[in-house]
Design a protein around this ligand. Structure first.
Ligand SMILES: Cc1cc2nc3c(=O)[nH]c(=O)nc-3n(C[C@H](O)[C@H](O)[C@H](O)COP(=O)(O)OP(=O)(O)OC[C@H]3O[C@@H](n4cnc5c(N)ncnc54)[C@H](O)[C@@H]3O)c2cc1C
Ligand code: FES
Length: 351
């Protein structure tokens, strides 16, 4: 028998109507995309649970889990027009946009992302995915919003580079499955290439909260493209810097000091986290495998919806080296994946 749940949907004129729908996560997701949903919510923050409508009170948590066994966004995302609080230009290509969005920030976890529409016009038509860079709070620690670290490479990121204070930009989030932070006595090594730094500030905060010793291997083209070093230092993260032109830190690729340090890491046995260009993440995954270290990678496939509806973000995965390839949606099963599950040869290149 198919279970029915009641949802309340608000149309564009603000009229609320009640709707009797099957307790199917796809129906819930489509309802959410098509309308502003008033009462749909998920009662659990446990990682990996589906987006799910609130079931009648008599339904227990155990019954929720039996009804919805697959992995979906842990909490219900919010869709809002966030106010730009500031836009800090870090360089000719990079900026950080601070956004007022308390309800979105309140539930965000390290490594999650938001789908951003920096214009009310049609270009770009679709939202663009961005990692949550910083979680902003007031003096009392109450969440007030979040920031985005943006690198301009096309139409959407160009608009985000140019946003002005008090402008409103559409944000849907928090979305996706983020990083699993480790506890002491384990240690955490983050490896960032360029704008791949973006998901690591929230992870570094979480690691500090847990007391987990952390390092950041951070590579860029030149010294002018290394950002927020003080912020990581304040979080007790040990920095290992590289630049391709040798203008700061070690000259060359970030994987060189990583390989060297992994050779020496017998005692510390770190968990490795990586985000950056795909060849870098692939090299990091290979190094971690060679040294038998767990590795989580934050992939950046092209995303159309961010919520499992369009299949533009498929990632080829394998449960074990001999298992058949299984295509999963990067926006729901990821963006963070166990690096050994990713079938790197078959990952779609981002042009
Ligand atoms: C989960 C996730 C988190 C991300 N976090 C950040 C972040 O914090 N900061 C940030 O600056 N960027 C981030 N990105 C990448 C960002 O989404 C793309 O740079 C953006 O969508 C490009 O949009 P555009 O309109 O500017 O480019 P378009 O005009 O659409 O395209 C310009 C060029 O960029 C290429 N491109 C499109 N999407 C991507 C992509 N995902 N990666 C690389 N190249 C792409 C296109 O193929 C094209 O060549 C993230 C991506 C994902 C999936
Ligand atoms: S972005 Fe649409 S399914 Fe993943």
């Amino acid at each position: 028998m198919q279970r029915q749940v009641r949802v309340e949907l608000q149309d564009q004129n603000g009229h609320v109507r009640r709707d009797q729908r099957a307790a199917d996560h796809r129906v819930a997701q489509h309802a959410q995309i098509a309308h502003r949903v008033v009462t749909l919510s998920c009662s659990s923050r446990r990682r990996g649970l589906p987006i799910m409508p609130r079931l009648p009170d008599r339904c227990t948590r155990a019954r929720h889990e039996r009804l919805q066994p697959s992995r979906y966004t842990a909490i219900m995302p919010v869709d809002l027009d966030a106010r730009v609080v500031s836009n800090v230009r870090l360089s000719a290509d990079y900026n950080v946009v601070h956004l007022e969005a308390p309800s979105l920030a309140a539930d965000a976890e390290p490594g999650q992302f938001v789908m951003v529409k920096p214009t009310f016009g049609l270009r770009p038509l679709l939202r663009r995915p961005f990692s949550i860079f910083e979680l902003l709070t007031d003096a009392g620690g109450t969440p007030t919003g979040f920031s985005l670290l943006n690198k301009r490479i096309g139409v959407g990121t160009e608009l985000l580079y140019r946003v002005e204070i008090d402008q409103r930009i559409g944000c849907l989030g928090p979305l996706g499955a983020g990083f699993a932070a480790v506890d002491p006595p384990e240690t955490a090594w983050m490896v960032a290439g360029g704008v791949g730094l973006a998901p690591f500030l929230t992870l570094a905060s979480e690691l500090k909260r847990r007391g987990t010793p952390a390092r950041l291997f951070y590579g860029s083209r030149s010294a002018g493209d290394l950002f927020y070093l003080d912020a990581f230092t304040r979080l007790d993260v040990r920095l290992v810097l590289t630049t391709e032109d040798g203008s700061q830190g070690e000259a060359g690729l970030v994987t060189t000091p990583l390989a060297r340090e992994l050779e020496r890491a017998e005692a510390t046995r770190p968990t490795v986290y990586a985000c950056g260009p795909t060849p870098m993440m692939r090299a990091v995954a290979a190094l971690a495998a060679t040294h038998d270290r767990p590795c989580q990678v934050s992939l950046e496939p092209v995303m159309g919806c961010g919520m499992g509806g369009c299949y533009s973000c498929v990632v080829p995965t394998r449960a074990t080296p001999d298992a058949a390839v299984h295509l999963v949606r990067g926006c729901i099963d990821g963006p963070v994946f166990d690096a050994q599950r990713v079938v790197w040869d078959r990952l779609a290149p981002v042009a």
